[in-house]
Design a binder for this molecule. Structure first.
Ligand code: GLC
Length: 428
């Protein structure tokens, strides 16, 4: 079984290869996406390490002068996708892109490649070190609001968890710009509308883009004065993990000048995690920075605290209890939204499906903290989903059916890097 799935997975990555970078899936997502490419590099590394590093290098070709690495790099205009470069109008960057970022996993992926690789990998990682550092610094400086102890986010798309009900708090507190231009969505042409965000959500997403555009993508203005500002456990925990991995890389490469600053970010990140602790449900939850209100659902991002190495013993026990509660309600772990919440929908995008890259990070974190049984459940469920349904973008957490994009790159890549025997090439 797994050797034919291996061949299919490699085929998915080859089909989605656009020459130096890989699209998440043809048509629905025809460009290079930020965190997708980092996970894709892990899969590529199981059979072509040079190509794996090229994937990361191409992503950083889109890095802005201020250090930000955008969520999407538009190397060519593709009418299949909306909103494309003409909507974002980020015209000052080297390569056309969006004006927001995504969860910064690249430094963590670089560490995995260095740990499992040789001199070739070290050289690549060392060449990219300043680029990783610049991106983390941008997060710590430009996405850190004046009145919040941790980095926050200005757009649901930046979190990579686009329409998670976590964002309803921030979206409900904002209004659609009356001057928002008419637009035609393309996502609902390529995918079932029942699995995609609603029209009202889309209007608000585009209102934030309009704000950024109207302010020439000045990132501090977008953070401190934009229409939407929430703290996200996904970005926060991934950044904290990536800061730890950046510190490891700095130590490997003798970059002593960077060490104190990175350690400062890590200390701040660990302490600041308390800001996300929601005493009502006893879990780390998204929070509206403008009002201080917590989201009350346990998402798959809440379960990333282990990956970040955060939480007292009792916070870890509470988080595991929440995960057991969730597990008793679904067939496959780990759903993107809380099955006890009214707006849980097991087939709708970030409202309930299982997402491959989230399972991967959650399971790594659980293993590192000795929660082997839950870690294995999460890994085995991901493997079972692929065996049942193939390489979909995400999966219905109740039925296991594949949702939205087919022949999806990160699903195939993580199969190779995490499940198949080939994983030995990257799991040192
Ligand atoms: C969707 C996902 C996002 C991902 C992108 C490309 O927008 O929500 O996390 O990066 O698709 O796969």
């Amino acid at each position: 079984m797994s050797s034919s799935l291996d061949e299919l997975a490699v085929e998915v990555l080859r089909t989605n290869d656009r020459g130096g970078y890989t699209v998440p899936t043809a048509r629905l997502y025809p460009y290079q996406w930020n965190w997708d490419s980092a996970f894709i590099a892990l899969g590529l590394a199981t059979y072509d390490r040079k190509r794996a590093w090229q994937e990361i290098q191409f992503l950083f070709e889109g890095q802005w002068e201020n250090g930000m690495v955008p969520s999407i790099i538009f190397r060519r205009n593709d009418p299949d996708y909306f909103p494309g470069p003409e909507t974002w109008q980020c015209n000052d960057c080297k390569v056309l892109s969006t004006g927001i970022s995504q969860p910064p996993v690249a430094a963590s992926v670089a560490r995995s490649l260095v740990e499992s690789g040789d001199q070739f990998d070290r050289e690549f990682a060392e060449k990219l070190f300043d680029a990783f550092y610049g991106w983390h610094k941008w997060y710590h400086e430009e996405r850190k609001p004046d009145n919040c102890p941790i980095v926050a986010t200005v757009h649901p798309w930046e979190t990579g968890r686009d329409n998670c009900p976590d964002w309803e708090l921030g979206l409900n507190n904002m209004t659609v710009d009356p001057e928002l231009e008419a637009y035609t969505r393309m996502d609902t042409v390529h995918a079932d509308a029942n699995e995609r965000p609603s029209k009202e959500q889309y209007d608000k997403y585009l209102t934030i883009v309009k704000f950024g555009r109207d302010h020439n993508w000045d990132q501090k203005t977008l953070t401190n004065e934009g229409p939407f500002l929430m703290a996200d456990p996904c970005i926060h925990f991934i950044l904290l993990r990536a800061d730890r991995d950046l510190l490891w890389l700095a130590e490997q490469f003798g970059k002593s000048n960077y060490i104190d600053e990175i350690k400062g970010w890590i200390d701040e990140g660990v302490k600041g995690s308390e800001y996300l602790w929601n005493p009502k449900i006893k879990a780390y939850c998204a929070r509206d920075v403008k009002t201080g209100e917590f989201s009350d659902g346990f998402s798959n991002a809440s379960a990333l605290s282990f990956y970040a190495g955060v939480g007292s013993e009792s916070q870890m026990a509470d988080t595991i209890r929440n995960m057991q509660r969730v597990q008793s309600k679904v067939k496959f772990m780990m759903p993107s939204w809380d099955p006890d919440a009214e707006d849980f929908e097991p087939q709708r995008y970030w409202c309930g499906p299982v997402w491959p890259q989230m399972n991967y990070m959650i399971s790594i974190g659980l293993k590192e903290h000795g929660f082997d049984r839950m870690a294995d459940n999460i890994r085995n469920d991901y493997a079972a989903l692929i065996e049942q349904s193939g390489f979909f973008e995400c999966f219905n957490s109740v039925t296991g059916e594949g949702c939205i994009g087919k022949q999806f790159s990160w699903t195939a890549a993580l199969w190779l890097a995490w499940i198949s025997p080939r994983k030995n090439a990257i799991a040192a």
